[in-house]
Each structure stands twice: as C-alpha cells, then as structure tokens.
Design a protein around this ligand. Structure first.
Ligand SMILES: NC(=O)c1ccc[n+]([C@@H]2O[C@H](COP(=O)([O-])OP(=O)(O)OC[C@H]3O[C@@H](n4cnc5c(N)ncnc54)[C@H](OP(=O)(O)O)[C@@H]3O)[C@@H](O)[C@H]2O)c1
Length: 245
C-alpha cells in the first residue's frame, strides 16, 4: 500500500496533457493512478518514472470506457491500490470531426461516452470515496465550445454537456466534494490529423491574444490550483486558452 497522503486518478493519464497532469500532481506529493486504454508502453514508462522519484507512488489501470463495467472497475482498482482516493481528473477523450449527413451511431456513442458519460459515471462511482476524504473532481472540457468548430458537432455537444455536468455535480456532490473544470484552448495538435494543416494552425495562433498555443503543463497548473488551492471554488471553469474567445 502506498504511504503518501493524497491519491488521484487521472484518466488518459499516460501521455500528452494527461501525462503532464500526472507529473505535476505527483510533484505536489500526490500519488497517481495512471489510467490508459491502448497506451500501455507510455503508462508503464510514466509509472516507472514516478516510482523512481517516490517508491510505490504510481500505479496503472487499463480500461476502455466504452465498456459499461469499466467505471466500477477503474474506481475499485484505484481504491484497492491506495485504500482511498482524494481526486478524480476526467481527462480521457476522443476527438474527431463528424460531418453532418454522415454521422454514425458508433461515432455518437464513442464521442458522447468518452467525453460526457464516462466523467458522470466515474464521478458517481468515486463519490462515496471522495466524500470520505472531502475530495475534488476536475473535468477537462474545451474552450472552443463557446464557439464550436465547424464539423465537430458531436464532440462539441459532448464537451458542452460536460461543462453543464460540472455545475450539476458541484451542487449534487457538495458540500463534501468540489467539482470544477479546466477548458483548454489549442495546447497540442491532435496526432495525425490532416485538417489541422499549416494554414489552420496559423489562423488559430493569429486569433489567440497571446499569439501562440499553450503547453500541457499550463493545463496541469490549472488542475493543480483547483485541486489544492481553491477550497471555496466549485462549479467553475478556468479557460486555459491564451485568450481565444
Ligand atoms: N490537445 C488540445 O490542444 C486540447 C484542446 C482542447 C481540449 N482538450 C482536452 O484536453 C484533454 C486532453 O487532451 P489530449 O489532446 O491530451 O487528449 P488525447 O490525446 O486526444 O486523449 C487522451 C486519452 O484519452 C484516452 N481515451 C480515448 N478514448 C478512450 C476510451 N474509449 N476509453 C478510455 N480512454 C480513452 C486515450 O488513452 P490511450 O492513449 O491509452 O488509448 C488518450 O490517450 C481532453 O479531454 C481534450 O478534449 C485538448
């Protein structure tokens, strides 16, 4: 059993923004359950990196959130490893365009499940344990939902739903559990996405007040603040978008 005081589950926590959240929270003394679906090598490498810094401070759990039993399983693996939990970070997500006229039910299931249904059911499963520790949840939404990107309707409504869910859960799980969100703007371009060509990327940067994209650790810092330094903040969203409204 791990010996540190606070325990967090980071979904999709093995790479990209999720890995930055895992690393930053770990640096704050929190022990991390790194969830992954396919990225086993990244998850195991990050686990070993964190355990080299602090013995028995990182564990991994594999789950595909399209499987209904994955919610209970992921939370119970976290509880078995740590004996309790303080924080849940709902970061895992699928992201791709859904052109109207060709939207399939499978795409709907995938995008709505990973971005909206999973955060709800993981929060529900974790609530009993988070209540005991007066814990907190952070949902990772998307700053672009204020002005949805053309061709991304299903992803956009899923993230909008997650934004509303953040406020609903803040009421339903208060006063013991705080629930907030971080809404990133452009942070890391998606892997292998043709539509994010040079012109698109330049346009995004030109429409951002700070004239650059962000870094994964910018998101992680906001998550860290909401979890550790915001005891009277709940139901809120911090945009980490360099000013791209
Ligand atoms: N990247 C950006 O600039 C940006 C901008 C706005 C918002 N965001 C939000 O910030 C968060 C992190 O972004 P990101 O770009 O780092 O995310 P990402 O790489 O697109 O996805 C994060 C992880 O989600 C996991 N995942 C996807 N489908 C899953 C499923 N069915 N079951 C379980 N896990 C699943 C994947 O895990 P495996 O790899 O293990 O399969 C993946 O590594 C996301 O919520 C995203 O919507 C990001």
């Amino acid at each position: 059993m791990a010996s540190y005081k606070k325990f967090a589950l980071v979904t999709g926590g093995s790479r990209r923004i999720g890995a930055s959240i895992s690393r930053r929270l770990h640096r704050s003394g929190i022990n991390i359950m790194i969830h992954y679906r396919h990225s086993k090598d990244d998850a195991v490498a990050l686990q070993s990196e964190l355990n080299n810094i602090r013995k028995n401070s990182a564990f991994v759990v594999q789950a595909d959130f399209l499987e209904p039993e994955s919610y209970e399983y992921t939370i119970s693996e976290t509880i078995q490893s740590f004996g309790g939990m303080d924080f849940l970070i709902n970061n895992a997500s699928s992201y791709y365009p859904t052109k109207i006229g060709n939207i399939s039910l499978a795409q709907w299931e995938d995008l709505i499940s990973t971005n909206l249904k999973t955060p709800l059911f993981l929060s529900q499963c974790a609530a009993t344990y988070l209540k005991k520790t007066k814990g907190a949840i952070v949902n990772i939404t998307d700053a672009h939902i204020q002005n949805p990107k053309e061709g991304y309707s299903v992803y956009s409504i899923a993230k909008s739903g997650l934004s509303t869910l953040t406020k609903s859960l803040a009421k339903d799980l208060g006063p013991d559990i705080r629930v907030n969100a971080v809404a990133p703007g452009a942070i890391i371009w998606p892997d292998n996405k043709q539509e994010f060509d040079k012109i698109y990327r330049e346009n995004v940067i030109n429409n951002t007040a700070l004239r650059r994209i962000g870094e994964p650790d910018d998101v992680a810092k906001a998550v860290e603040y909401l979890l550790l330094n915001a005891p009277f903040v709940t139901g809120e969203t911090i945009n980490v978008d360099g000013g791209s409204w």
